[in-house]
Design a protein around this ligand. Sequence first.
Ligand SMILES: [Zn+2]
Length: 235
Amino acid sequence: MPGVVQLFTHPQQARGRPGLVVPKRLLTGIADLIFPPRCCGCGRVDTLWCDRCQRSLERIPAPRHVQPLAPLSGMASTAVHEGLIQHSIWSLKYDNGRNMAGPLGRRLAAHLSHLGWPVDAVVPVPMHINRLLERGYNQAQLLAEQLAQQAALPCLPDALRRWRFTPSQVGLGREERLANVRDAFEADPAQTRDRTLVLVDDVYTTGATLSACAEALLLAGAAAVYGLTVSAARQ
Ligand SMILES: [Zn+2]
């Protein structure tokens, strides 16, 4: 029956007796009553991202300068990793916050338009398949897709592959992080050769991951690689 969801299956139903059916709209309504949508920024009920948080997000200034680590041709972040930005990224990563990709992706696009980098495609920092299966999505890819759409650039989610599983970077120093991710990435020359690319990630900490990604892309023939993240750890 179209538009109707079977709430549960009773053994008797298997023998052909009609079961309890509840219209899908009603189920969604009940779910919203028990678990009302809440704003990822302030927790306000009834919306996943409120206007007030959107206005606050737009007012957050960009850090003056983020040091690019070789071999990146340039590096920029749209904000310091604190407050509402930190909260939004946490939502994007852990709270099934796919709805945060739009507002954060628009920040990336607005920032990129001011940078004047001659990029011709967007590449997300890839996630290892194990972590992808665990989380269900790669937040860097969601951001890259939003940025690509806003900036009218192609998005190349398969240009780069993380083939070696790297332990979490949390708690590691800069040198340890570099050693941790070196050689963890592999790029596809067919997608990257002679292109000027912008690598996208959520947070810039030491730059070790972006630097390793850029190295792989350049090895595969990319003309130049820039790095852009939503936020950067205070340096
Ligand atoms: Zn809010």
